[in-house]
Ligand binder design. Structure first.
Ligand SMILES: Nc1ncnc2c1ncn2[C@@H]1O[C@H](COP(=O)(O)OP(=O)(O)OP(=O)(O)O)[C@@H](O)[C@H]1O
Ligand SMILES: Cc1cn([C@H]2C[C@H](O)[C@@H](COP(=O)(O)O)O2)c(=O)[nH]c1=O
Length: 197
């Protein structure tokens, strides 16, 4: 089973993802962008480059996803493991659709989803850590172009579209709560998800 953690920068995904590793010690914990491949390194260069072309950036993230799928996610699922990924395809649908909002693409999110449909493996469940853009930007330190409140407001609107279109896949958690309460809510949600499968 593939469970993903999604949300704005600073929503607390990585804090939760690290804490879950103590509870689900048999699961495979992974993340996007990947941190152990040259594809991930290329993505991180694009994140740090204010002038990086948004369409080229989409394809770098998507290349990293393809490598992540073939090297980590599909083999782990084939062996029957629970896979928990800190960010996954919804990050592309939310972030790159916001970056490409004013591009020549008529419907950026649909375009990005179409690229993924040809080869990706959708998550079974997605835990969405919901936080307002101002809190997200403040927590993340607003150190790069993605961590700005105005941009994150567009990203959040895109996440809302995704949740509206697939409400059964998403579990929304109020991520403005203290960290221990967020973790407790995620653990409860994950236990229910696993019980139902
Ligand atoms: N519930 C919370 N309340 C207050 N601060 C929090 C909470 N969760 C995490 N933080 C703090 O916010 C910062 C960002 O947390 P974290 O790295 O887990 O977020 P993230 O969603 O993984 O961000 P990014 O996507 O940018 O990597 C850290 O300093 C962390 O300690
Ligand atoms: C996977 C993915 C990520 N991003 C953005 C979101 C963050 O601002 C950075 C890095 O992610 P991290 O969780 O802070 O390490 O990249 C994106 O725009 N598109 C994606 O597909």
């Amino acid at each position: 089973m593939l469970v993903t953690l999604e949300g704005l920068d600073g929503s607390g995904k990585t804090t939760v993802w690290e804490a879950l590793q103590d509870v689900y010690s048999d699961a495979v914990f992974t993340r996007e962008p990947t941190s152990d491949s040259w594809y991930g390194e290329a993505v991180n260069r694009a994140i740090g480059d204010d002038d990086a072309d948004p369409l080229a950036t989409l394809f770098l993230f998507t290349a990293d996803h393809a490598d992540h799928l073939s090297r980590v996610v599909r083999p782990a699922l084939a062996e029957g493991n629970l896979v928990i990924s800190d960010r996954y395809s919804d990050s592309r649908f939310a972030y790159q659709a916001a970056s490409l909002r004013d591009s020549d693409l008529a419907r950026p999110m649909e375009y990005i989803m179409g690229i993924h449909a040809a080869f990706s493996r959708p998550p079974d469940k997605t835990i969405y850590l919901d936080v307002d853009p101002e809190t997200a930007a403040a927590r993340s330190g607003a150190t790069n172009k993605f961590e700005q409140a105005a941009y994150l407001a567009d990203v959040r609107a895109n996440y809302e579209r995704l949740i509206d279109s697939e409400p059964e896949r998403f579990v929304r958690i109020d991520a403005t709560q203290p960290p221990e309460d967020v973790l407790g809510a995620v653990e409860t949600a994950l236990a229910e998800i696993l019980d139902a499968n």
